[in-house]
Design a protein around this ligand. Sequence first.
Ligand code: PEP
Ligand code: MN
Length: 349
Amino acid sequence: MLVLMNVNATDEQTQAVCKRVEELGYRPHPLPGATRCAIGITGNKGAVDADSLSQMPGVAEVIAVSKPYKLVSRDMKSENTVVRFEGSDATVGGTELALMAGPCSVESRDQLFHAAEAVAKAGARFLRGGAFKPRTSPYAFQGMAEKGLELMAEAREAFGLLIVTEAICHESIALVDQYADMIQIGARNMQNFALLKLAGRSKKPVLLKRGMAATLDELLMAAEYVMSEGNYNVVLCERGIRTFTDHTRNTLDISIVPAVKRLSHLPIIVDPSHAAGKREKVAPLARAGVAVGADGLIVEVHCDPDHAFSDGAQSLYPDQFASMVRDLRGIAEIVGRTMYQPTSAAVTK
Ligand code: PEP
Ligand code: MN
């Protein structure tokens, strides 16, 4: 159920509706739009008694939402969500393409800083780097944990980047929440519902990667978990799915981008690195991602990929990343997006 307020409804009227929803034993989710506010209602098992709400001052309409996902749906909010970050003018979902780049894992101060400097110079606004790594083998490098987060935070200050890093469990999400600008939930945890609820209680934007066997509906329901806890700043990410092909690590399902745009107001970015698995395929897939209408990219970059602790084969060298970004500028313009142009002073430290 969702309550659509009048264009000229006052804040007091919106608050009064929220209060009434609470009195009925449900949870209100006010999502202000460009022209009017919509209030999503969750926590109800069946239909909500619409009459008691539809007569309230300022209410335009009470609408039943038939889809299983409600807060992520375009029915709830017709215009695109633009995710913003405290202390920065970078956005995800606005006109500017969001460019996130950096190593798969944080390995050392030197490794992280070299990569951070390179991606900042090329035009990235976000530094990626995992401090908690979900690895297939328990014997593989598991990440530097809190020390890795400290280094990410240092790199943020040194290069003026926002930091996005993965949380894999209850303990790590508490730490990631303290340090990061954006909490990444990885493909393997897309349906870790307890973790999604914790991300939903954070004030930080969440980057939610599609599970490698997840359908569009399952991805949207995972985002609904986060939003149902009150965190409305969710960015989806297509990173490739498992198919029968073996010429890539995963199959980049770029068709999910327009499919998401049709059903949801949430931004979606593309990760060409985990789809490709091999660095020579990363730039072509990144170009396809921008062309298909993604709101940004997340790309793995390493200065010495042959010695990377994880995902070296799919990591771009800094000069390859810079040349990929230059090529993307032309495509971005055609699809009506802008790209950040760094000033050299901003990245020299
Ligand atoms: C990563 O971003 O390094 C990662 C582990 O990604 P995914 O969850 O998409 O496999
Ligand atoms: Mn990786």
